[in-house]
Design a protein around this ligand. Structure first.
Ligand code: FES
Length: 123
């Protein structure tokens, strides 16, 4: 008879907790980071490296070809959420990891306005 291998202890999450927020179980997601020309010139290799170093359980980190948003790179897309981020810097990766991937709240300041338009009628 075969015994089903039991998972060993869960690795500790490298993500910080948000004050007053309970972490939700991580969903299976893919984070695509464009590595094509314009994004590469804007530092997308460092963004990709930062995501890989974050060691996010259940999240596939993928280098992608051009996603058609060259003027606002580095471009990052999270699926299946279909959330697009623009002008992402390596120092933004922690916020995306903690706020979006761990707490299901996309990082508003980095959302690509073409896909996530904001309407401010306050004035
Ligand atoms: S080069 Fe990155 S979206 Fe086109």
């Amino acid at each position: 008879m075969f015994e089903t291998p039991q998972p060993t202890s869960q690795p500790e999450s490298p993500q910080a907790e948000l004050p007053g927020k309970q972490a939700t179980p991580l969903k299976r997601r893919c984070v695509s980071v464009c590595q094509y020309r314009s994004c590469e010139r804007s530092g997308s290799a460092a963004v990709l490296a930062a995501f890989r170093e974050a060691n996010l359980p259940g999240v596939l980190i993928s280098a992608s070809d051009c996603m058609g948003q060259c003027a606002s790179g580095p471009t990052v897309r999270v699926t299946p959420d279909n959330v697009w981020y623009c002008r992402v810097k390596p120092e933004d990766v922690g916020a995306i990891a903690t706020q979006h991937l761990q707490h299901d709240e996309p990082v508003e300041r980095l959302l690509h306005p073409r896909f996530h338009p904001r309407f401010d009628f306050a004035d």
